[in-house]
Design a protein around this ligand. Structure first.
Ligand code: PLP
Length: 363
């Protein structure tokens, strides 16, 4: 009898070695927990808005493909977020999808991506998936962007693509505007300013799109109350968007998202009220956390707070046992030693976190 190869044999012989070497991105199971790990909004929809969402969803023709260009949703976003009329917009199934398709579009053989580190991990992952050379540039010890080091890396790599998270995840700080401008001026290719946390930052490069032909501003609605819809958007000069639109899957935005997101985007007061409440809670949390023995709080312009604690794995586990899920960043990068990333929750959730920390100190 001829020995047949197993699936494992064929996988080992055919899948790219760099994929074989990876471990899957782990999304923690959170049923029944206070979820402070993923920068979601903690607020459920008010009943009246739920009813409008339900009505919009009920009208969706699920037997038909959605509008491939998602024109109505694009118009709603342009209006809601003051996107300059000279720019064009592309939508993604989350900004994750846009990061992937922008990276794929620029991954010419030999091309490089540059990003500061530590930053959002998907930049490096997508470089790997696209077969693009990746060069990380360490942030300073206080997590500031190092413009000299960035310029050196730019001169060395001549990167087709640079990602700057503004503010940065997981550090939470907002890079110095003049340092970002230096990167924009030095870069020979595209600079993506990823403004996932813009609603909490009071700073944006969106109004400056016309000033820099190599600037793309990337955003998401995930952090402002709509993570479940999976909707990201990018604005740049029409020349860029025309190319990225070729790489986009024709129906990447599903019909439910196209129907429901405009209903929520029209709720200006609700959205800005949520952001204001989270900023106020952030301030309260920063102050309270600074008073917890052994905790260092890093400045944040986002809806999360990065803290350094004496023993992050132990503290993470103690919080988990208390029913609170945060993100342990210890071991991810040397600058993040013993760091936990805590998403700002509702006042009650934040109180529960603080009480659990006090119990932990006392134990
Ligand atoms: C800096 C940054 N960019 C992009 C994303 C992805 O957001 P989404 O795919 O939900 O739009 C995140 C999510 O945490 C992020 O922190």
């Amino acid at each position: 009898m001829i020995e047949r190869a197993t699936a494992a044999d064929i996988v080992a012989a055919t899948v790219r070695p760099e994929i074989l070497a990876l471990t899957k991105y782990a999304v923690a199971k959170a049923a029944g927990m206070i979820k402070l790990d993923a920068m979601e909004s903690p607020f459920p929809l008010p009943a009246a808005v739920r009813a409008r969402v339900a009505a919009a969803a009920a009208d969706v023709q699920v037997n038909r493909y959605p509008d491939g260009d998602a024109d109505a949703l694009k118009a709603a976003l342009i209006q809601a977020f003051a996107i300059p009329p000279t720019a064009q917009v592309i939508l993604g199934n989350g900004s994750d999808e846009l990061i992937q398709l922008i990276t794929m579009s620029l991954a010419r053989p030999g091309a490089a991506m540059v990003a500061p580190e530590p930053s959002f991990e998907m930049y490096r992952m997508d470089a790997l998936f696209a077969g693009m050379r990746y060069a990380g540039v360490p942030l300073r010890a206080d997590f500031a962007l190092d413009p000299d080091a960035m310029e050196t890396a730019i001169a060395r790599e001549r990167p087709a693509l640079i990602y700057l998270a503004y503010p940065n995840n997981p550090t939470g700080n907002l890079f110095d505007r003049a340092a970002v401008e230096r990167v924009l001026r030095a870069a020979p290719g595209l600079v993506v300013i990823d403004e996932a946390y813009y609603a909490f930052a009071d700073a944006s490069f969106m109004p400056r799109l016309t000033e820099f032909p190599n600037l793309l501003v990337l955003r998401t609605v995930s952090k402002i109350g709509m993570a479940g819809l999976r909707l990201g958007y990018a604005a740049a000069a029409p020349e860029w968007i025309a190319q990225f639109d070729k790489v986009r899957q024709p129906y990447n935005l599903n019909a439910m998202t196209q129907a429901v997101a405009p209903v929520l985007l029209a709720e200006h007061d609700l959205l800005s009220g949520w952001a204001a409440q989270l900023k106020a809670e952030r301030t309260r949390l920063e102050t309270a956390l600074s008073g917890v023995a052994g905790v260092t709080v890093f400045p944040t312009r986002t809806n999360f707070v990065l803290v350094r604690v004496p023993d992050a794995p132990r503290w993470f586990e103690a919080l988990r046992r208390a029913g609170i899920l945060v993100k342990n960043r210890h071991g991810v990068h040397p600058l993040l030693e013993h760091c936990l990333r805590i998403t700002v929750g509702t006042p009650d959730e934040n109180d529960a976190l603080l009480a659990a920390l006090e119990a932990l100190i006392g134990s």
